[in-house]
Unconditional design. Structure first.
Length: 298
């Protein structure tokens, strides 16, 4: 008789450790946007994997960082809450034999709650075995993790083994989500995030942190073409021209890259128009944050 197991697992860690890359690798789909800039992930993102008689519900979270805006406060609160009320926590770290402040805070939170926790050491393709063993020793001394799994989210090495390990933490019970569902994010929100990912990848370090994207039109024509309008908001007037670029070149580049990814995700042709507007200090405006999908309903 097939036993059904289903559970929720949080993915937590500092910014840029590879949480979203790992989440995508675990479910085999691009659910979370990825860039090499910190604070790429701003919301808690649910990614669902059905594997045999098991349903894994992964919660990708923002990186734990020192907040400087209300948006930052919101993101940090999400991370801290994500350690509670789940079946297991994955603490994702880099292969560095030193426990930094974000990792120390998360380990302390795990200890306080007393839940199951797995240490996942990412980016093992970048270090030698002796370094990896020292990382395992340092973290093993800090907390008695139920398991320690080294892997590379980028190459996929160790990902299947991690799923085998995590399966042990899933309680018996019915599926939490329908079988054909891969995320609880609305399609409109995913499309907005794809546009923001291209902003992060195309623009300089400072500018993307002050941007948000809202899909202001989302309609399907009779011939199946999806018509989208995306408004990019920046918090400084000086950034608007940079996002548009000379002769509109930068905005065109962002739009073309986003359209390709949205077409792949939606499985249909897309007509995408992009606009840029200025909303000064929106990251400290609770109402504007809600408009952009950063809702604190707790």
């Amino acid at each position: 008789m097939q036993i059904n197991k289903s559970g929720m697992i949080s993915v937590v860690g500092r910014p840029n450790v590879g949480k979203s890359t790992l989440t995508n690798a675990l479910v085999g789909e691009k659910i979370a946007i990825v860039s090499n800039k910190p604070q790429t992930t701003r919301n808690r993102i649910c990614a669902i994997l059905n594997r045999g008689a098991c349903q894994f519900v992964f919660m990708d979270t923002p990186g734990l960082h020192k907040a400087r805006t209300r948006l930052g406060d919101y993101m940090v609160k999400l991370v801290r809450e994500s350690v509670a009320d789940v079946d297991a926590v994955m603490l994702l770290v880099e292969p560095i034999a030193n426990i930094g402040a974000p990792e120390a805070e998360l380990i302390e939170r795990i200890k306080q709650l007393g839940g199951s926790a797995v240490l996942v050491i990412n980016k093992i393709d970048t270090v030698k075995k002796d370094v990896l063993l020292e990382v395992m020793r340092v973290y093993g001394a800090a907390h008695q993790f139920q398991a320690i799994v080294p892997l590379s989210a980028k190459t996929g090495e160790g990902v299947e083994h991690l799923l085998d390990v995590l399966e042990e933490f899933l309680p018996e019970g019915p599926q939490l989500f329908p079988e054909d569902m891969i995320t609880d994010q609305p399609e409109r929100q995913i499309c907005a995030e794809i546009v923001r990912e291209k902003l992060l990848r195309c623009m300089d370090q400072e500018i993307p942190h002050g941007t948000a994207v809202e899909i202001t039109k989302f309609s399907e024509r009779e011939d199946g073409l999806l018509e989208l309008e995306a408004t990019i908001y920046c918090d400084k007037a000086s950034h608007k021209g940079m996002i548009i670029g000379k002769g509109g070149a930068m905005l065109k580049k962002i739009g073309e890259q986003a359209r390709r990814d949205i077409e792949q995700f939606m499985g249909t042709k897309v007509f995408l128009q992009t606009w840029v507007k200025v909303k000064e200090n929106w990251r400290d405006n609770v109402n504007l944050m809600k408009n952009f999908g950063y809702r604190d309903d707790s």
